[in-house]
Design a protein around this ligand. Sequence first.
Ligand code: GLU
Length: 469
Amino acid sequence: MSQQVVTRFAPSPTGFLHIGGARTALFNWLYARGRGGTFLLRIEDTDRERSTPEAMQAILDGLAWLGLDYDGEVISQAARAERHREVAHRMLGEGTAYKCFATPEEIQAFREEARAAGRSTLYRSPWRDADPSTHPDAPHVVRLKAPREGNTVIADHVQGKVTVRSDQLDDMVLLRSDGSPVYMLAVAVDDHDMGVTHVIRGDDHLNNAARQSLIYRAMGWPLPEYAHIPLIHGPDGKKLSKRHGALSVEEYRAMGYPAAGMRNYLARLGWSHGDAEFFTDAQALEWFDLDGINKAPARFDFKKLENLSGRHMAATDDAALLQELDGFLAATDRPALSQEKRQQLRAALYCLKDRVKTFPDLLEKANFILDERPIEPDGKAAKALDSVSRSILGELTPQLQNANWTRDNLEAVANRFAKTKGVKFGKLAGPMRAALAGRSATPSVFDMMLLLGREETIARLSDAASGEG
Ligand code: GLU
């Protein structure tokens, strides 16, 4: 009988939601959701000094934007400290952990002696096998009784079989002398209690897996499956850093990438399915598997992100795209669209969305709708409106005045006019774009004329012809 899949994302709320964290969350989400499983969110907030409510909010906002919904309530690791202690005490009772009364000075002395003698400096506590009747009434830590013989093996879905020799693992501290549980204990206990079946996380945690597995073993708990994903690198092959560009999910949102494009890109960042580059969420959910995770670190490729982003903008239906645009405007403190502009933009999306990569791009291309007269031409457009062009526009405008406002007819009028002037229509298009949009890269002039309507078109052409705007 196949087991119900449970995955989790376990970020530490100490800053923003890192793009690598978002990818980890996405992999866990895809794996669980693609199998009818459960995806949980645990906030690893045990470092009280560094954990902030703002960072917690950034995680929630980032996940919400990416559409990575989790099941149930957010689990706070710090709130579970009592349970972590309870497990350590059970281990004490069962003899898989012991009280260690060594002072920091004694441990220090042990290490120095070991170093001088060329031995391993991993601490070997004399209290490991001490008779409890000899225990002093003094501060102590609780240590795990790690196996001294053999190996600890993690069968990792990405890294393969990872073997750690027992002589490389010390009797790690589970409870500090103030009784507080250590991180490693908290993770193992939480994952077990949450019923996590698959731990998918960054490979910076690979060494922790061996240690955590010792806690599972001591408690007689079944070990989850592990998949440690290589960290993301920059285009130059070095670990992704600020130098390469934005690191936080929030910044990508502010740059105006659509969430679907971001999901597609992040899914491809270290995972592949044949040679599929562009895919839908439904396909990702169907295809995602641990076997497709690459062993070599993925390199962040901004061009690819842009490309996928553009393809998702084009593939999104108009209503959804507009709704996402509203969210983008709000998130970046830009003014919301008026009802009228929103409707006009919606009507224009058919000739805009295939050509844009991001929401700022869309706004720029939609300039002819969003701007009001007089249209301010940018540098390039201004050049297209020299005096000759302006006078040609001055002659064309009256001919459009009474034209039947259909695409066929407008094309016929414009072509006829070009012919009488002895120029190709292309010659007219530049000044017309400049007059209608104030830009040189726009949708076709006929699309713009139809979308703007007769009155507005004539007014803008007249403005340009008379040198206004
Ligand atoms: N809190 C850890 C991190 O943010 C993740 C721990 C885990 O996934 O086990 O890197």
